[in-house]
Design a protein around this ligand. Structure first.
Ligand SMILES: Cc1cc2nc3c(=O)[nH]c(=O)nc-3n(C[C@H](O)[C@H](O)[C@H](O)COP(=O)(O)OP(=O)(O)OC[C@H]3O[C@@H](n4cnc5c(N)ncnc54)[C@H](O)[C@@H]3O)c2cc1C
Length: 403
């Protein structure tokens, strides 16, 4: 069969662009399509990103891609007490995602990938039941078929094409966080990530303040998507995250005078990753595969990580012209052995955290150190749990499951 490309990637976000960069570097003819008119726009993200090898390993992150460096974090308990961790070095960044995403896409183009914006994948092409491309709808050109032996869904939350390919892309309400965010100025900050917990602040979630250069900050909230009886649970009015955010801002000194430069609402996946990521001639990567950290909803790093892993396996499939599920499964196996393990641990932690009330959180944030939190986030629960349970034995029932 005549193919137009070796692989068609649906979505030019961090997952799709990273896949395209590494697949094109291996000599594959890659087409990336994105339904947006401009890569990275509009931004729907807190823009926080921890330092990691995948970002800085091969190429330096250009200064234009981030607003500021992050120097640590401060976590607020429901009673207002806080735990601070500060360093002199860079622990991560608050990005300018519209520039960052475009930069990732440019890296793919530099390796030879082709990119079409304002072009939507509308359905799968199949012959004798086998996927062999997609239908594209391009502005000004109408609908036409584009053929490739491999299709990659990097579609983010929507993942309509992955659904058509047979994947369970539906999100249950309890597996999403509903969010609202303002970019605000002037906001005084110390280049720390600030997180606020408590049922009056954000039930099953938190408020974040991510610092930006020029006395700006992304101020946002995420709350459990299943909290439809939210008023009953929280004791305060307002079922929507925007109302929750407004309430937080109203109560915070210095914020009520700040201007809102950007605002948006969005939904983050915070459940388990999809049960399968591949089928014959088809791979799913990034948020489309629900590869998102269940604790904080961060998905940029995971999207890039999956993009790179999947591209390595796609290149092998290309070499042997074997795009079967069995061959592509190697990507899924590698993912589950690496980031999949971390996601599993984080999911366990999330389930335990959900059972804590405000008093428990007050106690825990007062009792632990930042090192304890880091241990817990990396899945090493024994030491922090022992410390907490020693001072508050009744938490053994909830946290014991983590040991
Ligand atoms: C409110 C909010 C705050 C967040 N904050 C953070 C944060 O601070 N840090 C962090 O790491 N993560 C954060 N995330 C998550 C992060 O934004 C995503 O996990 C990340 O963007 C995933 O990258 P991706 O490439 O998988 O998908 P996306 O970035 O969503 O890219 C998918 C692309 O596919 C395109 N597309 C979809 N369907 C089609 C189609 N049929 N045809 C053509 N194109 C299509 C879309 O236009 C889009 O450009 C946040 C998310 C939300 C909603």
């Amino acid at each position: 069969m005549d193919f137009d490309h070796d692989v068609i990637v649906i979505g030019g976000g961090p997952a799709g662009s990273t896949f395209a960069r590494y697949a094109a570097a291996e000599g594959m003819d890659v087409l990336v399509v994105d339904k947006r008119k401009e890569i990275g726009v509009p931004v729907r993200c807190g823009e926080g990103l921890g330092e990691s090898e995948i970002i800085t390993g091969e190429v330096d992150l250009p200064g234009r891609c981030f607003s500021t460096n992050v120097r640590g974090a401060r976590i607020y308990a429901p009673n207002g007490k806080s735990l601070t961790w500060k360093t002199d070095g860079t622990q991560g960044w608050v990005l300018e995602r519209k520039i960052f995403d475009k930069w990732l896409c440019e890296l793919a183009v530099e390796k030879g990938a082709r990119v079409k914006v304002y072009t939507r994948a509308t359905g799968l092409l199949k012959e004798n039941g086998s996927i062999n491309g997609v239908m594209l709808s391009e502005s000004g050109k109408g609908e036409y078929p584009a053929r490739a032996p491999l299709v990659v869904s990097a579609e983010g939350m929507e993942s309509m094409i992955a659904r058509e390919a047979g994947f369970n892309t539906v999100h249950r309400l309890q597996d999403v966080g509903t969010c609202y965010q303002y970019e605000m100025k002037p906001i005084e900050h110390e280049n720390l990530i600030e997180l606020y917990f408590g049922k009056q602040v954000a039930p099953r979630g938190y408020v974040w303040i991510f610092p930006k250069a020029g006395r700006k900050a992304n101020v946002g909230v995420g709350i459990g998507g299943h909290l439809t009886d939210w008023k009953k649970r929280s004791g305060i009015d307002g079922a929507a995250p925007k109302e929750v955010l407004d309430r937080f801002i109203e109560k915070r000194k210095g914020f009520s005078d700040a201007n809102i430069l950007t605002e948006f609402g969005g939904v983050i996946s915070v459940g388990a990753p999809m049960k399968e990521f591949v089928t014959d001639n088809f791979m799913v990567i990034g948020t489309a595969a629900k590869q998102v950290d269940p604790i904080h909803g961060g998905g940029i790093y995971l999207a890039m990580h999956a993009g790179r892993l999947a591209a390595g396996i796609a290149a092998k499939a290309h070499e042997t012209k074997d795009y079967s599920k069995k061959t592509l499964y190697e990507y899924e196996k590698l993912w589950r052995e690496s980031e999949g393990k971390t996601c599993e641990q984080r999911l366990k932690l999330q389930k335990a955290l959900e059972k804590l009330d405000d008093e428990d959180l007050d106690y825990i944030i007062g009792a632990v150190t930042y090192k304890d939190l880091e241990l817990a986030m990396s899945g090493k629960f024994a030491e922090p749990v022992a410390k907490i349970v020693a001072g508050r034995p009744r938490l053994l029932k909830v946290l014991g499951a983590l040991r």
